[in-house]
Design a protein around this ligand. Structure first.
Ligand SMILES: NC(=O)C1=CN([C@@H]2O[C@H](COP(=O)(O)OP(=O)(O)OC[C@H]3O[C@@H](n4cnc5c(N)ncnc54)[C@H](O)[C@@H]3O)[C@@H](O)[C@H]2O)[C@@H](O)CC1
Ligand SMILES: [K+]
Length: 516
């Protein structure tokens, strides 16, 4: 499913009108009707329920007027508030305001503090509130009466249904602009918006329902929109089938170079994640001094002691051996817990320059490339890089706040600039391809915010490449599976999960997608 930015959504609306003759009024009727349906659903029927609807003067407010009419028709006691004066309403919203007024509905204007007090009082008696203040036409900051109303909505302690996007959330980035509505549910039209998937927008949106309002399918699937939601339907199509005649060779071979003193756990987690994500054979290359530890930690994974510089630290002397392991592998993952010793950094750069199989580069593998990313452009197969925002900042030289302010843009620019697939980790993980196509993940939760979960992701993506997925598909499917495993492993517990808990959840996540 495509994801539409606010300008892209406006363009879809324009094209619907200009190319298809689909009137905005008809779309607004469907949009408002869907909002009314959602309100009725959460209240267990609308009859005799008290609903306060807060409308802005644009089309988002127009959806609110329509919802008010539909809810009234279902027997709800509806109170409609308009931010500003009726004479400021125009276009399709004005048409629907007119209908409401002709029906005898009271539409209360909010202009000033006393009106805000009236609104606050009404929310105290309401069963549900609807935020139809601002949608994709929002720009700048929420301030003045609008900010006061947003605070009233949030303070009411009532279930809030947001229309299209919670007011105050930047539709493209998910940032709060001043203050934003905290909704329990958001009914969004046609396609999801990036701001509903990125934090804190996703938390403000609550449960998101994407509803069909009759926009032509061709417009919703337009290839000009270059961001997509990673959904179960998409990943199910990408996952490798497990045939009855499968043997360990069909699962593919993963080679991993990881670990240093104090960080052998990263090597263990990444390699076991590869096993749990279906790889046929997994070999972890580790400095010879740490090999005995890995032999004890790991049973199914083979280990390869590598020549070391000092105890537990690999350097250029290990490159030849690593190249030999990579030669017989389907994918080489490098970086988890590798450390930042100067010799190791040199070795990583040399490996990236010379290895011919697909690469997955994480953690200290990425740190080693900071300031030396030109080798990525020389790799034979496209590399998958899995930075968290801090690692991306080091890798690209972009300030961290800039990356956090626009994750989609940052991942996309990095992928294009580095000539690699960039997986920007964190809530709302972005997978960006060098050609500009990008994906936003929809699985995962705060339980994943613990050390070692990134190592698991590296192993999962590598395992999928080994099983024959392209690096592009493996990055998308791997991120989704990893998040889903996090949801399964955590259940209702959002703190205290260990990265190792993800390992047994990975086969369950795969099975749930295969419907088994
Ligand atoms: N064909 C269409 O165009 C459709 C649009 N729909 C709805 O229309 C919405 C978009 O409508 P609009 O483009 O009219 O935009 P909005 O209704 O989101 O907001 C536009 C209004 O908000 C004001 N505004 C913007 N930023 C502000 C700020 N910081 N503080 C105070 N006021 C601010 C603008 O001056 C303008 O009057 C969508 O989110 C959706 O809810 C739906 O009705 C479906 C069809
Ligand atoms: K809204």
């Amino acid at each position: 499913m495509k994801i539409a930015t606010a300008p892209e959504m406006r363009r879809i609306d324009e094209r619907a009108a200009n190319e298809y003759g689909l009137a905005g009024l008809a779309l607004m009727e469907n949009a408002g009707g869907e909002v009314a349906r959602k309100v009725a659903d959460i209240l267990g029927g609308a009859a005799d329920k008290k609903v306060c609807i807060f409308c802005g003067k644009g089309n988002n407010g127009g959806d609110g007027f329509v919802a008010a009419r539909h809810l009234a028709a279902r027997g709800a006691k509806v109170k409609v508030f308009l931010l500003g004066v009726k004479t400021a309403v125009g276009g399709d919203a004005l048409a629907n305001l007119g209908i409401l007024l002709k029906m005898g509905a009271e539409v209360i204007e909010i202009a000033g503090e006393r009106d805000c007090d009236k609104a606050a009082l009404a929310t105290a008696f309401a069963d549900c509130l609807v935020d139809a203040l601002l949608g994709t036409g929002f720009s700048g900051e929420v301030s003045g009466d609008l900010a006061a109303v947003v605070k009233i909505i949030n303070a009411a302690g009532k279930p809030v249904v947001a229309v299209d996007i919670p007011t105050g959330i930047d539709a493209d980035t998910g940032r709060v602009r001043g203050v934003a509505v905290s909704a329990a549910h958001t009914v969004t039209f046609g396609l999801p918006k990036p701001g509903l998937l990125f934090q804190p927008g996703a938390a403000h949106a609550g449960t998101v329902t994407v509803v069909d309002i009759g926009l032509p399918a061709a417009l919703l699937a337009d290839a000009g929109m270059r961001q997509n939601a990673v959904t179960a339907t998409l990943v199910r199509r990408l996952l490798p089938p497990r045939r009855p005649w499968a043997h360990k060779g069909t699962g593919g071979r993963v080679a991993l170079v990881a670990g240093s003193p104090g960080l052998t756990g990263a090597a263990a987690l990444a390699s076991m994640a590869a096993v749990r994500a279906g790889a046929g054979l997994v070999t972890v290359g580790i400095a010879a001094g740490l090999n005995a530890i890995m032999e004890v930690k790991l049973t199914e994974v083979m280990t390869k002691p590598l020549p070391e510089e000092t105890c537990g630290i690999i350097g250029p002397a290990a490159v030849e051996e690593i190249a030999a392991i990579a030669e017989t592998a389907d994918v080489l993952a490098i970086g988890p817990g590798l450390g930042r010793a100067a010799e190791t950094v040199d070795a990583v750069r040399e490996i990236v320059r010379n290895v011919r199989c697909p690469l997955v580069i994480d953690a200290d593998g990425l740190n080693a490339l900071a300031g030396h990313t030109e080798s990525l452009l020389e790799t034979e197969a496209l590399a998958v890089l899995t930075p968290h925002p801090g690692e991306l900042a080091r890798l690209t030289g972009r300030p961290l706040p800039v990356i956090n302010a626009d994750r989609l843009g940052a991942a996309r620019d990095a992928a294009t600039g580095l000539g690699a697939i960039v997986v920007l980790k964190g809530p709302g993980t972005v997978i960006a391809y060098p050609d500009g196509e990008a994906f936003i993940n929809t699985t995962g939760n705060a339980a994943l915010a613990t050390g070692g979960t990134g190592d698991v992701l590296t192993g999962v993506i590598a395992a999928l490449v080994a099983q024959g997925l392209t690096s592009h598909d493996a990055a998308v499917a791997g991120v989704y599976l990893h998040g889903l495993a996090g949801e399964l492993a955590a259940g209702a517990r959002l703190a205290g999960m260990a990265a190792g808990d993800l390992l047994p959840a990975l086969p369950a996540a795969i099975a749930s997608l295969h419907g088994g």
